[in-house]
Design a protein around this ligand. Structure first.
Ligand code: ZN
Length: 247
């Protein structure tokens, strides 16, 4: 069984008072933190966690609300919850440079030399397939306007649980093809009706719901209008929600 805990389900604006993007995936052989927004420590600690179970961090793109919590996670490991196990941080090209710049901006780059554990980076290109925390991860490029690119991921655990994650993305026909057979499609949904080339709207998801091959659709990264809307034919993610995937 693959267990998903929603640590943060808001957009960049913490709409509705919800936390920035972060999802904990606990699989048969490891634990993956998918996205690491600035409020990640609040998200973990509300679940009684300090992050020590995390084997790898995977981010979709280098916008602040998705990777800006990595320095805080490292700070936690440095001072509050000392770590000795290696940590993998995976994301698009430029992830290591951006994380180091951000850490230096927040605190001091010197900290990174005395973390006390091996911090390794994997930079992912569209089309790459890799194993992280015992899970098979397939990366594909999605339309979002982030530099150098934004990735969506299809993740399959050795337990059989699987999900498709949109990252931040405009609607793309790729979602129809790649959602085939997954237990869950975790899809961003920033707007109600507004059509843009960088985020999905509820109207687009509703119009295409029958074409998606996922068992369950959970919408997240919710903008304020979606969060407040009544009578939506969609399941809205909430912080702290747990979803069990697979057998
Ligand atoms: Zn973004």
């Amino acid at each position: 069984m693959l267990r998903l805990t929603v640590l943060g389900s808001a957009d960049a604006f913490n709409s509705g008072g919800y936390l920035h993007s972060a999802y904990l995936l606990e699989g048969k052989a490891g634990t993956l933190l998918l996205e690491c927004g600035p409020s990640v420590l609040a998200g973990l600690k509300r679940q009684g966690l300090n992050g020590d179970s995390i084997d790898a961090v995977l981010v979709s793109h280098l916008h602040g609300d998705h990777f800006g919590g990595i320095p805080f996670l490292l700070l936690e490991y440095l001072f509050e919850s000392p770590r000795t196990r290696p940590l993998l941080v995976a994301g698009p090209a430029g992830t290591q440079e951006k994380v180091e710049q951000l850490y230096d901006c927040y605190y001091s780059r010197d900290h990174l030399d005395r973390l006390g554990f091996d911090l390794r980076y994997i930079e992912i290109a569209p089309g790459d397939e890799l194993e992280l925390a015992g899970m098979e991860v397939g990366a594909f490029k999605v339309p979002h306007g982030a530099e150098p690119y934004c990735l969506g991921y299809r993740i399959e655990d050795s337990s059989g649980g699987s999900l498709l994650f949109s990252g931040d993305s405009a609607w793309t026909e790729d979602f129809v093809e790649r959602s085939a057979g997954v237990d869950l499609f975790l899809c961003e949904c920033c707007f109600m009706d507004k059509i843009t080339d960088f985020h999905v709207s509820y109207a687009q998801l509703a119009a295409n719901r029958e074409r998606l091959g996922c068992e369950r659709l959970l919408v997240t990264h919710l903008g304020s209008a979606v969060r407040q809307a009544a009578d939506l034919d969609a399941e809205l993610a909430v912080d702290g929600q747990v979803v069990e995937l697979g057998a």
